[in-house]
Design a protein around this ligand. Structure first.
Ligand code: 13P
Length: 273
């Protein structure tokens, strides 16, 4: 049974555009999402003053443009922009990196750390922990991604793997600093194979327990699910009180699909095109 407090956690939908789309299409997509997400106040549950509940995480060249659009006032305050990655370093001689200070200046409210595509590119738990601390230092909420491979699920190591990935961060980030989690099983990412609500709930409960054991407020931590979330499966996933939202890849590149997921989360969308 979810606690009454758990049932009150507002849903959050984040679109991870990954390395997509080209410039003109990205501007069009952002504009359409901004136009159609209802302009209601952001919920205050996860932080004072209201924290956006619809997030766009574009490739970094878009960030400056989207920041200007949000500052210009034409974008509902409920829409936030975020980064897909963050440098371990704040500033300095680090060619090719983008640090938290700049990401913050260009309007990023959240940053992914530990996405499986970056883990596959060689990022270790230790690097991910350092990047998570860098986000926090910059005043950006880290959205830590965890999740098992298919082989790890099949061998029964799933919860231990997720626990290890979490522990690397929970062990170093002070417990009073914000931390959001995305559970993204690797076998469900970009494959069209969505985890069932029951599979997701099992892991989310385990994550929440680990957070609480680590001294964090598990009941007030948003835990999102990611992995082939589409309009068609979003309703049953998001109906679970344990699933606090979705981190959406492919379906976030189409305004209708993304907005249908926003709507499935109970967040307002206008029907006009
Ligand atoms: P897909 O929704 O394309 O499976 O991607 C999920 C993801 O990796 C989001 O970060």
């Amino acid at each position: 049974m979810p606690s009454p407090e758990a049932a009150n956690r507002p849903k959050i939908i984040a679109g991870n555009w990954k390395l997509n789309p080209p410039r003109a299409r990205g501007l069009e997509l952002f504009g359409e999402v901004a136009r159609r997400v209802a302009d209601t106040p952001a919920p205050k549950f996860y932080g004072p003053g209201g924290i956006p509940d619809v997030w766009i995480l574009p490739p970094s060249p878009f960030l400056g443009m989207f920041h200007e659009l949000t500052r210009g006032g034409g974008v509902p305050a409920r829409i936030g922009i975020g980064a897909q990655d963050i440098s371990p370093s704040d500033f300095g001689a680090h060619t090719g990196e983008t640090g938290g200070g700049l990401l913050f200046d260009f309007g990023c409210g959240i940053a992914l750390t530990g996405h499986s595509e970056r883990r596959e590119a060689g990022e270790t738990d230790a690097i991910i922990a350092i990047k998570t601390l860098a986000a926090d230092r910059a005043g950006i909420i880290p959205l830590l991604c965890v999740g098992e491979s298919e082989a790890e699920r099949d061998s029964g190591d799933m919860l231990a793997v997720v626990e290890r990935q979490l522990a690397a961060v929970v062990g170093v980030l002070p417990t009073d600093r914000p931390l959001w989690i995305a559970y993204e099983p690797v076998w469900a990412i970009g494959t069209g194979r969505t985890a069932t609500p029951e599979q997701v709930v099992e892991v989310h409960r385990s994550i929440r327990d680990s957070l609480t054991r680590g001294g964090r407020d598990g009941a007030r931590t948003p835990i999102l699910y990611g992995g082939s979330v589409k309009a068609a499966n979003a309703v049953s996933l998001l109906a679970e009180a344990e699933i606090d939202g979705a981190l959406v890849g492919g379906a976030s590149l189409d305004a209708d699909s993304f907005l249908a997921i926003v709507e499935a989360a109970g967040l307002g969308v206008s029907t006009g095109g």
